[in-house]
Design a protein around this ligand. Structure first.
Ligand code: SF4
Length: 208
């Protein structure tokens, strides 16, 4: 038996491609909600083909795959699943993919290692944006723990201020992409899981 690093690399590359493919080929006037809810620099680097840190990318992609299976099971229980939503602001098209949607609410499913005490800010911003784009009054974030198997859901009424913030961020990111100018770093807790941390000096401002 011998290790085969070439196959390791092949698998890592496949995960990286699966992770960024939704965003990498988009024109600069189309911006995804996901790209607006946390550090703009990270998403700018993804769009510009920067090499991702392999292990982190595998973890993030695995989360997406597990969650897709569960969404298929939710279809037929009163929800439409993986619904594409769009919204026009200035000269930018904002794009979102709601996990599940009915006439009253958006449901976002988040697979996590550990369920947080309260929803993460970027998850709230994302689900809130989808509620506006789908024109429903409420959203639910359901956390599913990969380690304990527990599920915990949080329901909110949509918030206008948070939605305006996301629209502003979409316009901002689009302008950086058009100018091919890297946005400033926005160091925060998420730097710990950032797949482009090696290409960004900004996180060093933090004591991680
Ligand atoms: S390491 Fe932090 S500041 Fe740098 S791109 Fe990633 S999230 Fe942004």
């Amino acid at each position: 038996m011998r290790r085969d690093p070439d196959v390791d690399r092949l698998i890592y590359d496949a995960f990286a491609e699966a992770y960024v493919k939704r965003f990498a080929d988009e024109p600069p006037d189309r911006v995804h909600v996901t790209e607006c809810v946390d550090c703009l620099r990270k998403w700018y680097l993804y769009r510009n083909g920067v090499e991702l840190e392999p292990d982190k990318t595998v973890i993030l992609t695995m989360g997406q795959l597990v969650h897709r299976e569960v969404l298929e099971a939710l279809a037929g229980r009163g929800y439409d699943v993986e619904v594409e939503l769009t919204w026009r602001v200035n000269d930018v098209t904002v794009v979102g993919h709601a996990d599940a949607l009915n006439g009253c609410e958006v449901l976002e499913l988040k697979t996590v290692s550990r369920i947080p005490f309260q929803p993460w800010k970027h998850h709230l911003l994302q689900a809130n944006a989808y509620a506006f784009m789908a024109d429903v009054p409420e959203f639910v974030i359901a956390y599913v723990s990969k380690s304990s198997g527990r599920v915990r859901s949080y329901r909110y009424r949509r918030d206008e201020k948070a939605w305006s913030y996301i629209l502003g961020r979409a316009v901002e990111l689009s302008h950086y992409l058009r100018r091919r100018e890297m946005p400033p770093a926005e160091p925060g807790t998420l730097c710990k899981w950032c797949s482009v941390r090696g290409k960004c000096g900004g996180w060093r401002q933090l004591a991680l």
